[in-house]
Design a protein. Structure first.
Lengths: 303, 319, 681
């Protein structure tokens, strides 16, 4: 209801501009209206909330080793049992996503921002520099992500100071491609030609004409990148190159508990379910977001 | 047409050269070199100097790059840092094993993906589509090590149908990899299928809504003939590239899978070489994988060009 | 239930029989929105019926429904569609497939997209024969050749081997016609079959269709927004408005003295070749589906609307003149004018100062990429420039019309003047005689401000993410530094100037109709207070009635501001209505330049003559003259006259080798570039 808004149309136009969240809320409503979107948003929200409050609600200290209750099954004391060191699986599962969410939560926006900006800029400018850049992007993409990540991690360690910039850098490269392609579509349209003919500068054209039209594609891309990044992060942990023990992390927990899964499957299942539900949640949200914004996500390549 | 193909090949070659430069520069920038890794704690003083002269590390980077690159062209990647074995010898069987895994996954995944994607596209928004699409999201998003772990738990631990890990040595004949190779193939195929079928689905939906599909219907062409004669040939064209990209993804995904299943392939060798700081081996594997990636994409582009009459013929009209 | 259009005696003769048909879709809020309402229509064997209306009137939906086909999302709300006594909706798929493409065939709009891109022409025709003829397979190739020859396609042996994208628009349309003829249909549905084609091609296709109808005795339902095309092909015309039949009559009745105010307004809004005056605008827009109230759907736009029109929906009733009209006051409607009534268009003042001088301007699109130089070396010498040797002078306040077929380089010239495309040769002088730098980057802010460009399609030229206020703020902020209240006031003022009003400020482009969007685009151009406005096909994406309003607006603005226009269009009648002088362009070369009256009269360049001859007028008594074939050329010839390959009056070798001289009439400044002398043209 906008009953309280000023009645003069001139004034109302100004009021409208001051509420950039109106569009966001509309999209969110559109996402939630779809069943898969509602499930996705619920899963993601639950995970984020749990990550924030888990230190307060975790029943045990995640480091507390108890040699008397190793690999016990689910019971009244340890609801999800214990691991091979007797640590409480529930507590470790609750806490196990914090590192991943923190790292990817910071690295994803960074990746989308730098990749998006570079992509838009070169998409607009074009020319030889653009062709050279695209060859470089191709070259980077042709190396498997795990190789690029591992080399850096092995050399510089796995601190947040290494992981975040590394993930942001490598995951920004495919964003360049998406942003550039989206920009190419927009640049060919007459309203950009009109802005050029009026004599606007490049930055004005990027900010006023291109960004609003590329934003949706970048948003969907960002959601996708987030899920790929989580996947990479937990894979690295799983392979032993990520979070260092005793910090609880799902990937690491799965790797640890795998050896005992023939007689203690709960140790594997708990982090598996936690990690899968988060990633599925992100993807369902991303799918619903893409549909709400009218973008076909399935056409995107899995790079 | 020929110019287009040539142009594409040229771009591919340039990419490979760039990759080799990136790999070489990347390794250069890392602290330490083959000698520090090989000599470990003794890496100092005269011993280090001698080793560097031995391996030619005292020469300028540019010359070393040329040396390495020209060697790579002939398949000679030099010696590994530890053990002094030739890399080509070490890599050979591993590459074969990885290709075996990848091609089995493709042979399973691609036909399945086409079938499911077409079904989902034709029955858009109805139950077959909803089931397929939901499963696809799950298959493509759950990390490979998670689905691998779950499959091992189910098929190997609980049901005991197939072995959970591969115990064969790298140089064993292909036949010895069965049936242990079954689970890794399944995991890879699952993810591939999911990616490809999503593209197939949306492509089928798009073409079904095209003017020419409508026209074929209004021409009185029976439904299945519209689908097979008019829709699919056009809808499946863009999936060639997605298949290629998925294969490229496979090269990264295979690393994790090989580790989980203890499979003696290139991926696990890569992880080992990185852990051991065996930089020459890492370089070699990186270059091989990148070349395969570029090659697969190049092939897909050319296949698309050859299959698409719009690109194949010269008499294209401009609007 | 309304009265059927024909007496029951002739009912049995109806081939296509549509009874009380309503079609609709479910809207966002779950309510049913009708696209067609209570349509009654009968088509007899051998009859040629025109279905005319603006976009959104439901004419295409009706044509497809006549084949028992609905687009995704639509559904039948009631009524029947019968073909030769067989109910089509609900018919088993196999029986429907037998009828479609066989006894009842469709020729689609935009054949380029309606032919399957992966199949050769021959295969697509063979499929039609396999499905709908009794010929043995061995006889198919011969039959295909015969069909292609029948639709006057040259060289049928090679055409069958071609893919659709290798053919020109006209050729694709002919293939579609051949495909429809393959089943020897009794009735042919044509959905805007010539829309988007060049005038000459359109005229050729229409003549072909006329001849086919006469030879085969097929019934035809011809759907079009173009009354000129309808006039040429149809015996009877149905006028659609907002999903209803507004009137039905013989072609002569509908085009000469229709009884429905909408039909009259439509006729008046069509610019005519022989008439230099502006057409009369039909203001307003049709209601959206479900938006029509209790009364007549045309009420909001009707100048003679009365109280009863607001409350009662009129029936389709026969008038004393013999036509059927859905109007409460058909006799009053007949007093409305169907053409411009003013004596002559009041033109703006043309000054003596030069506004723009183009001196032998040449433009080329070829832009070498990173490796192209390497690969193209063997391909031989440089191609001739896309646009070459353009010399034109515009005076202050003058409107120059630039006409030509698609690919003639009209828009390219405008882009170059606007600084979006650097000329490769020649010079541009703007205003006080200073040379104008080729690209935007080199121009002064003042030069940029004074030249403004309006694009063909406002959907493309307005940023969909910006409100009207933001759109107008771009030039106002850039050129005048306006902010805050001053900006809003100026924006509101501009909207008033284009007859929209300040309440449009907070709208997004997708909340506006096509005409409104184009007005916003015009307001944006005039926000810069330009001296020269470049109009690139500004009305061709609009319906005729809207087009007239936009032309009227452009005319009012130039008289107010003394603006100079270059008005580019493929539509010769539209150009005539607005232009003081006209330049005719072929393959990027000028053929003829002069005062509008001189260019449209004799003598003419052979190409101008071909163009003028092909124009279809909404008049049942005119016929086009087809003096040249409709081959579309891809590139201009390397030397000689640009029109040498198609010219019906070609002299011989001299046309191939020598650039023709300008033949100028000193009194009027009318110039023709031809080897033939003025007196002989």
């Amino acid at each position: 209801m906008r009953d309280a808004a000023p009645t003069s149309p001139v004034a109302r136009a100004v009021v409208l501009r001051k509420n950039p969240f109106a569009g966001f809320l509309g999209v969110l409503r559109d996402i939630i209206r779809r069943p898969s979107g509602a499930v996705g948003v619920a899963l993601v929200t639950t995970h984020v909330v749990l990550a924030l409050i888990s230190p307060m609600i975790a029943p045990f200290d995640y480091r507390a080793i108890n040699s008397f209750s190793m690999l016990t099954g689910p019971g009244p004391e340890h609801w999800l049992g214990t691991d091979h060191l007797g640590r409480d699986t529930l507590s470790r599962t609750l806490l196990g996503g914090r590192e991943a969410l923190l790292v990817t939560g910071i690295a994803t926006p960074l990746a989308v921002l730098w990749g998006g900006f570079v992509g838009i800029f070169f998409g607009l400018v074009g020319g030889r520099l653009d062709e050279v850049l695209m060859r470089l992007v191709d070259a980077f993409l042709s190396l498997p992500w795990i190789l690029k990540m591992l080399v850096l991690i092995v050399t510089f360690g796995t601190g947040l100071g290494v992981l975040i910039p590394t993930l942001a850098f490598f995951y920004g490269i495919p964003v360049i491609r998406i942003a550039r392609a989206a920009t190419h579509d927009v640049v060919a349209r007459d309203f950009v030609q009109a802005a050029r003919a009026r004599g606007h500068g490049r930055m004005t054209i990027i900010v006023r004409e291109l960004l609003p039209n590329v934003r949706d594609a970048l948003l969907v891309e960002g959601a996708m990148r987030w899920s790929w990044m989580l996947l990479a992060f937990s894979s690295l942990s799983f392979l032993g190159f990520g979070v260092s023990p005793p910090t609880p992390d799902w990937g690491l927990m799965i790797a640890d508990a795998r050896g005992f899964m023939s007689f203690a499957p709960w140790g594997v299942l708990a982090p598996v379910i936690a990690l899968s539900s988060l990633i599925i949640g992100i993807n369902l949200t991303a799918d619903a977001l893409a549909k709400a914004l009218g973008i076909d996500r399935a056409q995107k390549a899995p790079v | 047409m020929l110019a287009m193909l040539l142009r594409r090949v040229l771009l591919g070659l340039i990419t490979v050269v760039l990759v080799s430069l990136i790999i070489f520069a990347g390794v250069e920038m890392l602290p330490g070199d083959a000698c520090t890794a090989f000599l470990e704690r003794e890496a100092q003083g005269q011993l280090l100097e001698n080793c560097r002269i031995d391996l030619g590390l005292n020469q300028p980077a540019f010359l070393r790059y040329l040396d390495w690159a020209s060697g790579a062209l002939t398949g000679d990647f030099g010696l590994s840092a530890n053990g002094h074995k030739t890399i080509s010898e070490m890599v050979g069987y591993r590459l074969r094993n990885t290709l075996l895994l990848a091609s089995c996954a493709m042979l399973t995944g691609v036909p399945l993906a086409l079938f499911l994607g077409i079904v989902a596209g034709l029955w858009r928004d109805r139950s077959p589509d909803l089931v397929v699409s939901t499963l696809a999201i799950m298959a493509m998003t759950i990390p490979e090590f998670v689905s691998a772990t779950l499959l091992i738990l189910i098929f190997s631990v609980w049901l005991g149908w197939v072995p959970g890990i591969v115990l064969t040595s790298a140089s064993a004949p292909v036949s010895e990899f069965f049936p242990a190779i079954f689970l890794p193939i399944m995991v890879l195929a699952m993810v591939m299928t999911a990616h490809i079928l999503r593209t197939v689905r949306s492509s089928v939906i798009e073409v079904m809504a095209s003017d020419y599909a409508q026209m074929a219907t209004l021409k009185g062409v029976p439904y299945w003939r519209v689908v097979f004669g008019h829709v699919l040939p056009n809808a499946l064209l863009p999936t060639i590239n997605v298949v290629a990209l998925t294969i490229a993804w496979l090269l990264g995904g295979v690393v994790v899978i090989e580790t989980v299943f203890n499979y003696p392939g290139l991926g696990r060798m890569m992880i080992d070489s990185i852990s051991d700081r065996d930089l020459p081996v890492t370089q070699a594997i990186a270059l091989i994988i990148a070349t395969v990636y570029v090659g697969v994409n190049l092939t897909a582009d050319m296949a698309t060009m050859l299959a698409n009459p719009r690109l194949r013929t010269l008499h294209t009209r401009k609007r | 239930m309304e009265k059927p259009l024909m007496s029951s005696a002739s009912l049995s003769a109806a081939l296509i029989d549509i009874r009380d048909l309503s079609i609709g879709f479910t809207g966002r809020n779950g309510q049913t929105l009708p696209v067609l309402r209570n349509i009654n229509l009968q088509v007899r064997a051998g009859e040629s019926l025109g279905l005319v209306g603006e976009s959104g009137s439901g004419k295409s939906t009706l044509a497809l429904a006549a084949m028992g086909y609905l687009k995704r999302g639509l559904r039948v709300l009631g009524g029947h569609v019968q073909f030769d006594g067989t109910e089509l909706f609900g018919l088993p798929r196999q029986k429907l497939e037998k009828i479609r493409g066989g006894r009842l065939a469709l020729i689609p709009q935009n054949s380029g997209q309606s032919l399957t891109p992966s199949l050769r022409i021959g295969a697509q025709l063979a499929e039609a024969l396999r499905l709908h003829s009794n010929l043995p397979a061995a006889a198919h190739p011969a039959r295909i050749q015969a069909l292609l020859t029948h639709v006057r396609l040259p060289d049928p042996q090679t055409i069958v081997l071609r893919y659709p994208h290798e053919l020109s628009g006209g050729q694709q349309q002919r293939v579609a016609i051949a495909m429809a003829l393959a089943g020897e249909p009794e009735a042919l549905l044509l959905d805007e079959p010539t829309t988007g084609l060049d005038v000459t091609t359109q005229a050729h296709i229409l003549e072909l269709l006329r001849d086919l109808a006469r030879e085969t005795g097929m019934a035809m339902v011809y759907v079009s927004h173009d009354l000129g095309a309808i006039a040429r092909v149809c015996d009877r015309v149905v006028v659609m408005y907002a999903g209803e039949i507004a009137m039905v009559g013989s072609t002569r009745q509908v085009l000469r003295d229709p009884g429905h105010p909408y039909a009259r307004g439509l006729l008046a809004s069509i610019p005519k070749l022989a008439d230099a005056r502006l057409p009369v605008a039909l203001d307003g827009r049709p209601p959206a589906p479900g938006g029509a109230g209790e009364g007549c759907a045309f009420v909001p736009r009707c100048v003679i609307a009365q109280e009863i029109c607001q409350t009662n929906r009129p029936m389709l009733e026969e008038t004393p003149n013999g036509d059927l009209v859905r109007c409460h006051r058909p006799s009053l409607a007949r007093t409305l004018p169907i053409r411009a009534e003013s004596d002559a268009a009041p033109r703006g003042e043309i000054g003596d100062a030069d506004a723009l001088v183009l001196d032998r301007m040449a433009i080329s699109y070829a832009r070498p990429g990173l490796f192209d130089g390497l690969l193209r070396k063997r391909a031989g010498g440089a191609l001739p420039a896309t646009v070459d040797d353009i010399t034109l002078t515009l005076r202050q306040g003058e409107t120059l019309g630039l006409v030509g077929e698609s690919g003639s380089g009209k828009s390219t010239i405008l882009k170059s003047i606007a600084g979006l495309l650097a000329p490769v040769g020649g010079a541009i002088q703007f205003g006080d005689g200073a040379a104008l730098p080729g690209l935007v980057d080199g121009r002064t802010p003042d030069q940029l401000r004074k030249i403004q460009l309006i694009f063909q399609n406002p959907d493309e030229s307005l940023n969909p993410r910006q409100t009207v206020a933001e759109i107008l703020a771009q030039p106002l902020g850039l050129y005048f530094g306006l902010k805050g209240q001053a900006l809003l006031e100026r924006s509101a003022e501009l909207l008033e100037r284009v007859r929209l009003g300040a309440h449009y400020l907070d709208r997004l482009p997708n909340q506006l109709s096509g005409g409104e969007k184009q007005r916003v685009a015009i307001a944006r151009a005039f926000a810069a207070q330009p001296d020269l406005v470049l109009c690139d096909e500004v009305t061709s994406a609009l319906d005729v009635s809207v087009q007239a309003a936009v032309l009227d607006l452009l005319d009012a603005l130039r008289r107010d501001q003394g603006t100079t226009y270059i008005f580019v269009s493929h539509d010769l009648a539209v150009v005539r209505a607005l232009s003081d002088r006209v330049a005719v362009l072929y393959q990027g070369r000028l053929c003829e330049v002069g005062p509008a009256a001189a260019v449209y009269g004799a003598p003419s360049h052979p190409y101008t003559e071909v163009l003028l001859g092909a124009v279809l007028e909404p008049d049942p008594d005119t016929a086009p003259t087809l003096s040249a074939d409709d081959v579309i050329e891809l590139a201009p010839p390397a030397q000689g006259c640009a029109f040498q390959r198609r010219c019906p009056r070609k002299l011989g070798g001299v046309c191939d080798t020598d650039t023709p001289p300008w033949r100028v009439d000193r009194a009027t400044g009318h110039a023709i570039r031809c080897h033939i002398d003025r007196s002989a043209l």
